[in-house]
Design a protein around this ligand. Structure first.
Ligand code: ATP
Length: 360
């Protein structure tokens, strides 16, 4: 992102109420030009409403929405230069694939002086469906149909692409393939894209930045790695990937490391060394989290060690998920070797893999 670019979209204090329900509550965020930005969160957290507000299908109850630096209050969807793709394919069954894409040009001329036919051919080639213009959309697979819907949305050359769970009707393998294609197309065009999904893995995989939403609010915005490594809230820590959350009292702080006394359900406190990657003081009550892949099974070399029992073992091919019991608490670890259910195991983690959450 160059500093000379203006934000492609901005929401300032935007709320949307439906009667008693606050679908979106005081939401502020800026999306940069060319960014692939994802809204992720559980069902009902306000993702679709946010997208509909940006598209102009709904008006905010309060707040301001800017597209390309302009306030768009009162600007109808067709004048916002946005392309939208929904979850359902929404293609016209009585039109050919080419006609469906051409429909995207009903309200706007093709960009760059191209003819309608040229533009349709260009878009179909972009989504790798160059040979299908004369076909009936019902003869295409689900993934192909969504690529047609994408071509149709892109046909008029919108400034902003809005995608609402476009892959949720597809099977897992196809979704993975399509998300790579989608990201390639987005990068090639450099088009600012706002993507809605409830799938946290998809959000991490595809995005430049992700906003994690809950109850109509944004919990945290950041690059995927940053959100995964340094979640700002318990909700983010547990929603994005899996996590082991432990709480305790800070007993000592020594430069970059803090000692936290965790009291397991079965009694006496156990002290762990954790990274003091935010300001903590002695006697603070804190939560810290350790990712399952950072909880090394059979460690021996790590500073923090826990004697646990493997309760449940799931072999997943590339890895093995081990549900552990540690002094009356459940913990989750990933192992790269076979472990027998019921086995006594030592697990450990390095202080730098224990991230302290801010207090809520
Ligand atoms: P999902 O992943 O299930 O689509 P979402 O995160 O997209 O969920 P929204 O569809 O934005 O969530 O809905 C947010 C909240 O607003 C929900 O509680 C929903 O029931 C409510 N809501 C959304 N649209 C309307 C409407 N037109 N009338 C009344 N309530 C609505």
């Amino acid at each position: 992102m160059g500093s000379d670019r203006r934000p492609a979209a901005a929401l300032e204090g935007v709320s949307k109420r439906y009667g008693e329900t606050a679908a979106v509550a005081d939401l502020s965020v800026t999306i940069e030009d060319g960014e692939f930005f994802t809204l992720v969160g559980p069902s009902g957290c306000g993702k679709t409403t946010t997208l509909r507000l940006l598209a102009g299908f709904e008006a905010p109850t309060t707040g301001r929405i800017e597209l390309g630096g302009e306030d768009v209050a009162g600007v109808p969807p067709e004048d916002r230069e946005v392309g939208v793709v929904f979850q359902e394919y929404a293609l016209f069954p009585h039109m050919t694939v080419g006609e469906n894409v051409g429909y995207g040009l009903s309200f706007a001329d093709p960009p760059g002086g191209a003819s309608r036919d040229e533009r349709v051919a260009e878009l179909l080639a972009l989504v790798d469906l160059g040979e299908t213009a004369e076909r009936d959309p019902t003869a295409l697979s689900g993934g192909q149909r969504q690529r047609v819907a994408l071509a149709r949305a892109l046909a008029p050359g919108p400034e902003l692409l809005l995608l609402d769970e476009p892959m949720s009707a597809l099977d897992a393998r196809l979704r993975e393939r399509l998300r790579v294609q989608l990201r390639e197309i987005q990068s090639e065009l450099g088009i600012t894209t706002i993507y809605v999904t409830h799938d946290q893995e998809e959000a991490l995989a595809i995005s430049d930045r992700v906003a994690v939403m809950q109850d109509g609010r944004i919990e945290q915005v950041g690059q995927p790695r940053e959100l995964y490594r340094r979640p700002a809230t318990q909700f983010v820590a547990e929603f994005l990937g899996e996590n082991n959350l432990l709480s305790g009292r800070v007993t000592a702080v020594d430069g970059e490391t803090a000692a936290v006394a965790v009291e397991p359900p079965d009694g006496t406190p156990v002290e762990f060394a954790v990274a003091a990657d935010r300001t903590v003081a002695v006697d603070d009550r804190v939560f810290f989290c350790v990712r399952p892949e950072r909880l090394t099974v059979g460690a021996g070399e790590t500073e923090n060690e826990l004697a646990a029992t493997a309760r449940n073992v799931e072999f997943l091919g590339a890895t093995t998920r081990v549900h552990l019991e540690w002094r009356g608490r459940e913990l989750l670890a990933l192992a790269d070797r076979a472990i027998e259910p019921g086995a006594a195991v030592t697990v450990g983690f390095d202080p730098e893999d224990a991230h302290v959450l801010p207090r809520e």
